[in-house]
Structure formats: structure tokens, C-alpha cells
Design a protein around this ligand. Structure first.
Ligand SMILES: Cc1ncc(COP(=O)(O)O)c(C=O)c1O
Length: 382
């Protein structure tokens, strides 16, 4: 059975009438940038979050950049973050001129190890960026306490965690800012690029709205230095048409994760969902010693898997100037060799999930028996 990693075309065809209607409405309106569709989506996304303000922007990368810029982060500042993330988290920090400072992760959750944060704080630390990777939130309570004690701003990278919660609070409402990506495959995805910044402060929101639109307070009056990072009307309308389904899609992702968990228990290391946190499984990531062989075996059976992410930011060529070396972040470096993301999207069928479970079980059984027969041969020679 073929099991693709994701299926955007299937997704489009499942919601074709809602999406087509949104697209046609915008085309017919003759208004394509900063209009009523964006206002409607921002208002509905604020309701989805349950508090605060939302400013749409052009991508998740720029959402992170805009939030940091709004908080005044600039050259000479340090920003604490993990190296185990999509590199755009780090690119956005670099865009401000600030220096990313990497904190190692907890190998079970693959998230920032909050116990290691305080020792990385210096007088230059201006922000902490907890990345709610794979769909699970970072341990925010102790992190917010540390940030408050040191008067450091917190920006949640919610790109992979739309709808996730921590002790009942939804991602993007706990820090000073939350940054969302609406890249097509995300839990809420546009049909192109898109992003948003959430904040609980009206003052922050006003600044974000200026920053995303050339720094203008009104047309042709530029009060601050800004950029062009707007969520266009087409993407806003498409996102708004899909927003009512995000809760249902996240529940389906959780159902699939439970099925994987049951089928793979004791066979590979399955994802850890911490108590009090609702994981929304943007990605379902297992850990195994034989990652490359397993990936090849699955591909041979028509099952597509990916690695998020094989090369951590601190060892990327672009960040060589920061001076990190292999061994700098031991847990990150250990985990990236073991992780494998299995197919995960709300359109997956139970039969497809079972086919993945069966193939992994067969691989592990075959691998185990070839390992033990190799041992027997070695023993009989000695
Ligand atoms: C954790 C994380 N942060 C930031 C981004 C950047 O988002 P975008 O691709 O919308 O710029 C992504 C998406 O790839 C991501 O997964």
C-alpha cells in the first residue's frame, strides 16, 4: 500500500467548495492586499486563541522576525533558542542582527531543556524563543518564571503547534508574542506562504502592523523602519475558510498518533506526550537506532518518511561563525541521528496507518533475527 508523507491535493479536494468560494470571492473583490479578508481572519484567529491580538504576515520566518523587531531585538543582543528546529527559526533571529545562543534539548520530548536555560543568560540576553516543535509545547511555566526574573521577553515559535495547549493555555498566548506559520502542510495551512504574530498587548500589535507595512502609521508616513510582510487577501480568505476545521483535524492527528503508539509500543521509541500538554502532532516522530535502514525499507514498501531535522542549526555551514563544534550540544546531536517522521496528516486512513505499523514491525523482527543469527555465527567461530 502506498502511504505518502502528506497529500495536499487530497486535502484540497476534501475542502474544494470552501476553498474555491474563498478564492473566487477575493478575485471578484478586486482588492488583494490589506483588506476585509485579512481583518476577518485576524479577528477569527484571535477568537481561536481566546485572547489578545493577531497580525497576519507573509510567513512564519517573518512572524518571528517581526516579533523580535517589535520587541527591539537588534545587533549585539543574544537570543536563547534550540538548534533542533527548522532553520528558519534561526534565520529570523539572524535577520535582526542578534546572535542565536543554543540551549540543548530534552532527548525524550526533543524540546528545549528548560533546566539549561538560566546558565546561558548573560547581560546581552534579550529574548528566549521556545520552539513548540512537532506539535507539543515547551515546559512554559518554569521558562516564564526565569524570563520574568531576568526581564527577558518570550516569543513562542508556534509554527508547528497551532491548537496545542499547555495546562489548558493555547500555544501563542503565554509568551509576549507567538509566531505562527501557515506553510501549506502545517496544521492550519495556506495555499502558498503565510504567517501571523499573536500578542496580548495592543501596543505590540500596533507596532507589528506598522512593521509589516513599510513602517507606515498611515499611507506615505513612515514612523519606523519596516518591511513588506503582509498576509495577502487570497491566503487570508483560504485560511479563514479552513479555520473552523482545525480542531477536528487536530483530533484526527491525535487519533492517528494513538493508533501508531499502540501498534509500535515496545518496537521503537514513540513520541512522549507530557502530562498537562495537548500535543497536536504536526509531526509524529519515532526514535530508532537503525534509522537509515528503516527509512529505506519503508520506502521500498511505498511508505514515505522524512527526517525533521537531520543537521542541527549549530552545525550548519551558515552558522559556523558562531563557533559551535560537534559535541557542543550532546543531546541534540544524539537525537538527530535517531529520529524519523512517519506519515501524518488528517487525511490518512486507519488502513494506511496499520500498513506503516506492520512494515515497521516486520523490519524490526527481521532486523532482530538477522542480528541474533549474526551473534550465533560469531559465537560459533570464537
Ligand atoms: C518550527 C518552525 N519555525 C519556523 C518556521 C518558518 O515558517 P515559514 O516556512 O512559514 O517561514 C517553520 C516552518 O518551516 C517551522 O517549522
Amino acid at each position: 500500500m502506498k502511504v505518502p508523507f502528506g497529500d495536499m491535493k487530497l486535502h484540497y479536494h476534501s475542502y474544494k467548495s470552501q476553498i474555491d468560494q474563498a478564492v473566487h470571492r477575493v478575485l471578484e473583490s478586486g482588492h488583494y492586499i490589506l483588506g476585509s479578508e485579512l481583518e476577518k481572519f485576524e479577528a477569527n484567529f484571535e477568537k481561536f486563541l481566546g485572547s489578545g491580538y493577531v497580525a497576519g504576515c507573509a510567513s512564519g520566518t517573518e512572524a518571528i522576525y517581526l516579533a523580535l523587531a517589535a520587541a527591539g531585538v537588534s545587533a549585539g543582543d543574544e537570543v536563547l533558542v534550540v538548534a533542533h528546529t527548522a532553520v528558519p527559526t534561526i534565520s529570523a533571529i539572524s535577520m535582526t542582527g542578534a546572535t542565536p545562543v543554543f540551549v540543548d534539548i530534552d532527548p525524550d520530548t526533543c524540546l528545549m531543556n528548560v533546566d539549561l536555560v538560566e546558565r546561558k543568560i548573560t547581560e546581552k540576553t534579550k529574548a528566549i524563543v521556545p520552539v513548540h516543535l512537532y506539535g507539543q509545547m515547551v515546559d512554559m511555566e518554569p521558562l516564564l518564571k526565569i524570563a520574568a526574573q531576568h526581564k527577558i521577553m518570550v516569543l513562542e515559535d508556534c509554527a508547528q503547534s497551532t491548537g496545542a495547549t499547555y495546562k489548558g493555555a493555547i500555544a501563542g498566548t503565554l509568551g509576549d508574542y507567538g509566531a505562527f506559520s501557515f506553510y501549506p502542510s502545517k496544521n492550519l495551512g495556506a495555499f502558498g506562504d503565510g504567517g501571523a504574530v499573536s500578542t496580548n498587548s495592543r501596543e505590540n500589535f500596533d507596532k507589528l502592523v506598522m512593521l509589516r507595512n513599510y513602517g507606515q502609521s498611515k499611507r506615505y508616513y513612515h514612523d519606523i523602519v519596516g518591511i513588506n510582510s503582509r498576509l495577502d487577501e487570497m491566503q487570508a480568505a483560504i485560511l479563514d475558510a479552513q479555520l473552523p476545521y482545525v480542531g477536528k483535524w487536530n483530533e484526527r492527528r491525535r487519533e492517528i498518533a494513538r493508533r501508531y503508539n499502540q501498534g509500535l509500543e515496545g518496537i521503537v521509541k514513540t513520541p512522549v506526550e507530557e502530562e498537562g500538554r495537548k500535543h497536536v502532532y504536526h509531526l509524529y516522530v519515532i526514535q530508532t537506532e537503525n534509522r537509515e535502514e528503516l527509512q529505506e525499507y519503508l520506502l521500498d514498501k511505498g511508505i514515505q518518511t522524512l527526517i525533521h531535522y537531520p543537521n542541527p542549526a549549530h552545525l550548519q555551514k551558515a552558522y559556523g561563525y558562531l563557533g559551535y563544534k560537534p559535541g557542543s550540544l550532546p543531546q541534540t546531536e544524539k537525537v538527530v541521528k535517531r529520529i524519523l517522521s512517519l506519515p501524518m496528516h488528517p487525511g490518512l486512513t486507519d488502513e494506511q496507518v496499520d500498513a506503516v505499523i506492520e512494515a515497521i514491525s516486520n523490519f524490526c523482527r527481521e532486523h532482530q533475527s538477522s542480528k541474533s543469527s549474526a551473534k550465533v555465527t560469531a559465537n560459533s567461530i570464537s
